[in-house]
Design a protein around this ligand. Structure first.
Ligand code: NAP
Ligand code: 8YV
Length: 325
């Protein structure tokens, strides 16, 4: 019997192909001159998909009836319809945990940049303006501020751990209260009203689309700072542009955008926005760890029929699979 066949629809971190070598035949679909013909010819052989972010939905899986696992690179899997996968007996895995510290560090960096206007101050120096006088004092300071975390999960907790030593108090809004010492707000708008930093770390996708809208930004208020390291879809980007332009909020630090890699043109000109090109986890060690976890999920599944880190939507399916062993 030949090696199991794994499909890679688009390019991924090199650790994935390296780690799978010798354990499967890997189809690099983007290198094929006729990808549709390859999918049709190999449809009954492809048992697994390794993906780095492209859309995977029911119709895609229907073309590959032998697939039983989709291993995704990244903890957010909003581009994958995990319920449609479960309905078809397909387990989805992601890469939780290994990137928490890296993304939390990025969030803290964005917060410092936004509060203390560090990129603006650097631009001031590079433009030679220091000769004319010092950079203006910033209105905000890190110390004594109140942060509301929208999504106190793995990364949210790592951010809370980092900001507490700054003297920043933490509150949070999740769908469910957690057994933690921070104040819980069942209402996002109420939390926004009570804090001056709104830190967004919830998953993207339809269920969280535009959760942060004009009303929430209005509640955050003129001293409010919005930091988004989750997904651009969570924030109504036009409402954010309007809120920044009218000083309805003080400033924003964004690592993610609604239509990335396209960025709303007005954000590019607004001086009270700090913008990063989705680099939350983008270091060599962390991306390698994420690639290795994709590999470990696939290898464990190929060898034992069990994935290591299935997403919650796959939990019931995984239970059924392990019960029938
Ligand atoms: P996690 O541990 O699953 O935490 C997510 C938290 O969000 C949970 O506490 C959850 O609590 C809450 N939540 C989910 N849906 C919600 C809703 N509709 N309303 C309010 N709260 C909700 O996930 P994580 O590992 O921390 O990752 C979070 C997200 O960060 C990822 O999904 C990804 O999109 C993003 N991310 C971005 C980067 C980057 O490079 N910028 C890197 C990594 C991850 P409840 O279930 O109780 O609601
Ligand atoms: C990566 C991320 O940028 O894990 C996530 O959810 O957004 C980031 O770590 C992304 O997965 C790269 O494809």
């Amino acid at each position: 019997m030949g090696l199991p066949v794994v499909l890679m629809p688009g390019p991924m971190h090199p650790a994935v192909a390296q780690g799978l070598e010798g354990h499967c035949e890997l189809i690099r679909l983007w290198e094929e001159s006729d990808p549709d013909a390859v999918l049709a010819a190999r449809r009954d052989e492809i048992v697994a998909v390794a993906t780095g972010g492209g859309r995977i939905d029911g119709p895609f899986l229907d073309r590959l009836p032998a697939v039983r696992i989709v291993a995704s690179f990244g903890v957010g899997y909003d581009r994958i319809d995990a319920n449609a996968a479960a309905e078809r007996g397909v387990v989805v895995t992601n890469t939780p945990g290994v990137l928490d510290d890296e993304v939390a560090d990025t969030a803290l960096g964005l917060l410092l940049m936004a509060v203390r206007e560090l990129p603006q101050a650097e631009r001031y120096l590079r433009a030679g303006k220091w000769q004319d006088g010092p950079y203006p004092l910033t209105r905000a300071t890190m110390h004594g501020r109140r942060m509301g975390i929208l999504g106190l999960g793995r990364i949210g907790q790592a951010i809370a751990d980092r900001v507490t030593p700054f003297g920043i108090s933490v509150a949070y809004h999740n769908r469910r209260r957690k057994d933690v010492g921070y104040r819980y707000y069942p209402s996002l708008a109420e939390m926004a009203r009570d804090v001056d930093i709104l830190m967004i770390v919830i998953p993207g996708g339809d269920s969280t689309r535009h959760l942060v809208d004009a009303e929430v930004l209005q509640a955050l208020g003129p001293d409010g700072i919005l930091i988004n390291v989750s997904r651009g879809s969570v924030v109504d980007e036009q409402a954010l542009v309007d809120a920044l332009r009218t000083n309805t909020i003080l400033s924003a630090g964004l690592d993610v955008f609604e239509h990335e890699p396209k960025v709303h043109p007005d954000l590019l000109t607004l001086q009270n926005a700090v913008l990063l090109p989705h680099v939350g986890s983008a270091t060599m060690p962390t991306r390698t760890a994420m690639g290795n976890l994709v590999v470990d999920n696939l290898r464990n599944w190929l060898a034992h029929g069990t994935p290591l880190t299935p997403v919650p939507e796959s939990a019931e399916l995984v239970r059924r699979l392990s019960g029938s062993e």
